[in-house]
Design a binder for this molecule. Structure first.
Ligand code: F6R
Length: 366
């Protein structure tokens, strides 16, 4: 049931508020300002004993892992490695009883993720499955399951599962901080208070869909688009590029904004479009100077920034403004325009949005 939307993907983009709400609601005890440990269902892992975290995933799930790393390291002070499952399984990563290995997979059936988590388990790591489907192979393999409640995802391109994964990973980070007493109680309470606001903030960004549809029209005939961001906006740039290429078959690449001058800036001329993620966060000034460099070389700039930011708007060809919010809410809000932009370009181009060519929803072959 597409719920009145033209495609499953558009419905699932609009399902993001509920996907996040369901994934976090029972787990956040707002009154006590604590994570409800029992609802995290981590019954077998010993969170107090962890001194290393490894996140294993593929594709969009991998980007959710990359993003969450900024938060988990900040909350816990524990080193986090995010591993592409297809690479991790052919290395010999050092894991032991003090390692928490988290397999992040919407389907719970991705073969590379399954093999990589099996390796971690065989080498004594504590293992958690973060999956969106009950009764999966990955869920079965792990010591514990911390479910995502995004609801069934039908569109091949993952959207609502990404937001659910991000919310669950942030919660897991807070849970470890709580168990290991790495953050003051008030700080945890503050983060929980912010996290529960995410669904209503996403609702606000979803109202930008028709504006993004108009903007997308201007970019459907380009050959290539770069996506840039700094800090936790970088994995969102990677996600934006992945969505665009898989849905519209336009070449796209995500880059850490600070890496531009180490090579990719050579690509910039008047035929290059760059999607710039530059909300008002701690990286803002630096990202703006990267955008100036792109502009000076004639590149077209589509920026996603904070509502009312005239400085950014004035140096951009197109500007998408998201509401002002705290840093924990921010990555959810810049993700939505990435999904909508890719969706509307694909619709304008007439590609098969819910079933892009050559792709499968669940990758059970190597
Ligand atoms: C991209 C996309 C894929 C999946 C990847 C992992 O839009 O959907 O990159 O994220 O195949 O799938 P799961 O999460 O099921 O392991």
């Amino acid at each position: 049931d597409r719920g009145g939307f033209d495609h499953y993907m558009l419905k699932e983009i609009h399902d993001q508020p509920i996907a996040v709400a369901k994934t976090i609601e029972n787990r956040c005890d707002i009154e006590k300002g604590q994570i409800n440990l029992r609802k995290m269902t981590l019954f077998n892992t010993k969170l107090k004993e962890i001194n290393r975290i490894q996140i294993i995933a593929c594709g969009t799930s991998y980007y959710a892992g990359c993003l969450s790393r900024y938060f988990i390291e900040k909350f816990t002070g524990i080193p986090v490695d995010v591993e592409l499952a297809s690479e991790s399984r052919y290395r010999t990563p050092t894991v032991n009883v003090h390692t928490l290995s988290i397999a992040v997979s919407q389907s719970g059936e991705t073969i590379d993720t399954l093999q990589a988590i099996k390796f971690a388990k065989a080498n004594k790591a504590q293992t958690v499955a973060m999956v969106n489907v009950p009764g999966t192979s990955i869920g079965h393999e792990c010591d514990d399951e911390c479910m995502l409640y995004a609801g069934p995802e039908v569109g091949v391109a993952s959207t609502k599962a990404f937001s659910a994964q991000l919310s669950a990973l942030i919660l897991l980070g807070l849970t470890i901080a709580q168990e290991q007493e790495k953050l003051p109680k008030e700080k945890i309470a503050e983060y929980i208070n912010e996290l529960v606001k995410v669904p209503s903030f996403i609702e606000k960004v979803l109202t930008l869909s028709s504006k993004i549809k108009e903007i997308a029209k201007k970019y459907c005939d380009v050959n290539s688009i770069l996506f840039i961001g700094r800090g936790y906006q970088w994995p969102i740039a990677l996600e934006g590029a992945l969505k665009l290429k898989e849905l519209s078959y336009i070449h796209a690449e995500g880059y850490a904004a600070g890496e531009l001058k180490h090579g990719p800036i050579a690509l910039i001329d008047e035929n290059m479009t760059v999607v710039c993620l530059a909300p008002k966060d701690q990286y803002y000034e630096k990202t703006i100077s990267n955008i100036e460099e792109i502009r000076a070389r004639g590149g077209k700039i589509l920026s996603v920034g904070t509502e009312g930011d005239t400085e950014l708007k004035n140096i951009s060809n197109d500007f998408i403004g998201i509401p002002e919010c705290s840093e924990i809410v921010l990555p959810f809000l810049t993700t939505v325009p990435m999904h909508l932009f890719a969706y509307w370009i694909a619709v304008h181009k007439g590609t098969d949005v819910d079933q892009p060519r050559n792709l499968a929803k669940s990758v059970t072959v190597e």
